[in-house]
Design a protein around this ligand. Structure first.
Ligand SMILES: Nc1nc2c(ncn2[C@@H]2O[C@H](COP(=O)(O)OP(=O)(O)OP(=O)(O)O)[C@@H](O)[C@H]2O)c(=O)[nH]1
Ligand SMILES: [Zn+2]
Length: 210
């Protein structure tokens, strides 16, 4: 099985020509067969025979963010003459820990204050931005920083605040065995960094209703 997957349209990953991208389904499948053999399983038994190909397709999906520049989503902006805070909170995040290749999942809260132009971006684009950086081998701190950097660079806003809270399965189901532990990371820029009252207002929005 060969093929390369990309995320060029909104329909999620789809096969492209083998020349175009970097996700090599056949190579993933071969590696998964090897792992199954290495753990003492029989890759040829009925329940496992399709597993390598299935895992390859799954990896193509959960790592599809490597094939895109998530900041491109922020290219969609509107004239709104709105120069107050905009926040999208509770964005579901599913990512893969780059140390163990186990999932980590939780929520991202993204806030910005548009610059004096008052141009805003589409709300869904903030969620797409998070998703593009999540669908990679990732650490939570880098995801948080990358989302804030992309907003800062692309929209040149007056302020940015990104908070991510997540549970890492590598801490829950193995290793230190601490299920339910939440890791919280933040990236704070511009006015939210300089002005405690603005930052506190954003944090109170995040905490509202909890
Ligand atoms: N800072 C940070 N650490 C992470 C993240 N995901 C996983 N880790 C940590 O990566 C570290 C890897 O530590 P190692 O000692 O190399 O690996 P390990 O022997 O499997 O470590 P344990 O998980 O403690 O068993 C662990 O402490 C994980 O908790 C993340 O998103 N951010
Ligand atoms: Zn991990």
């Amino acid at each position: 099985m060969t093929g390369v997957w990309t995320d060029e349209d909104d329909g999620g990953p789809r096969p492209l020509s083998a020349e175009g991208g970097q996700i090599d389904l056949g190579r993933i499948a071969a590696a998964v067969r090897e792992i199954l053999a290495a753990i003492g399983e029989d890759p040829g038994r009925d329940g496992l025979v399709e597993t390598p190909a299935r895992v390859a397709r799954m990896y193509a999906e959960v790592f599809a963010g490597l094939q895109e520049d998530p900041a491109r989503h922020l290219g969609v902006t509107f004239e709104a003459h709105h120069d107050e805070m905009v926040m999208v909170k509770g964005i579901a995040v599913y990512s893969m820990c780059e140390h163990h290749l186990l999932p980590w999942h939780g929520q991202a809260h993204v806030a910005y204050i548009p610059n004096s132009d008052g141009r805003i971006t589409g709300l869904s684009k903030l969620a797409r931005l998070v998703e593009g950086f999540a669908r990679r081998p990732q650490v939570q701190e880098r995801l948080t920083t990358q989302v804030a950097d992309a907003i800062e660079t692309t929209l040149a806003p007056a302020a940015v605040l990104v908070v991510v809270e997540a549970e890492h399965l590598c801490m829950s189901m193995r290793g230190v065995h601490k299920p339910g532990t939440r890791t919280v990371t933040s990236a704070v820029r511009g006015l939210f960094r300089r002005n405690a009252a603005s930052r506190n207002e954003a944090m109170s929005f995040i905490n509202q209703g909890r």
